[in-house]
Design a protein around this ligand. Structure first.
Ligand SMILES: [Zn+2]
Length: 216
């Protein structure tokens, strides 16, 4: 099973990626992990990527693509993989398609985690971080009424990333980048949307039900 997982910030993509990959016994390949592995392993690509990151610049597409190619060539990815964070745009999707084609492979499925914007705002903007132990509480889901950490008594604060206006902006950026990618995969007839609201286990269950018909 070769699949790509897409979803907005706050959709629980990292968690679902882990559960789905483990259910399918395939490696979860995230661009974040690939970057870290290349940088800490001191590979040529890692050193190159680091020169950009140290300057605060975006790592160019070619470098990301080369890292993804290396990772997908490894033994454990030959019978399937779950990609998280790649491709980010249609140009990358086309490169991925050609790369797989060269190896006699193709994507089986693109799974889109669907959560509406207000739900994402509710999830993220309700988060409060402990200034002492770093633990995260949620005003609604943890029924947090005061601004003290129940674990250590530290003061809670709202991270800039979790402020409603920042969350809404991140969602806009996501929509702009991802909408063309989603329609590209819809045209290829391999896109399936999964309702990502509700408990984590239920979302995983829905995802597995959506994947099953695509398994060879
Ligand atoms: Zn704390």
């Amino acid at each position: 099973m070769r699949l790509v997982l897409v979803g907005p910030p706050g959709a629980g993509k990292g968690t679902q990626a882990q559960y789905i990959a483990s259910n399918l016994s395939i490696p979860k390949i995230s661009t974040g992990d690939i970057f870290r592995a290349n940088v800490s392993g001191g590979t040529d690509l890692g050193k190159l990527a680091k020169t950009y990151m140290d300057r605060g610049d975006l790592v160019p597409d070619e470098v990301t693509i080369a890292m993804v190619r290396d990772r997908l060539s490894e033994d454990d990815a030959q019978d399937g993989f779950l990609l998280d964070g790649f491709p980010r745009n249609v140009a990358q999707a086309e490169i991925l398609r050609d790369m797989l084609k060269d190896w006699g492979q193709a994507l089986d499925l693109v799974l889109e985690l669907v959560v509406d914007d207000d739900e994402v705002v509710r999830r993220l903007a309700g988060r409060r971080t402990c200034s002492q132990c770093g633990r995260i509480w949620h005003v609604e889901f943890d029924d947090k009424k005061d601004d003290k950490c129940d674990a250590c008594g530290g003061a809670l604060f709202q991270r800039d990333d979790d402020k409603e206006e920042t969350v809404r902006h991140r969602l806009e950026v996501y929509q702009e980048q991802t909408a063309p990618l989603v329609s590209y995969y819809a045209d290829e007839d391999i896109l399936v949307g999964v309702d990502a609201t509700g408990p984590v286990e239920e979302v995983t269950q829905r995802a597995m039900d959506a994947i099953r018909p695509f398994m060879g």
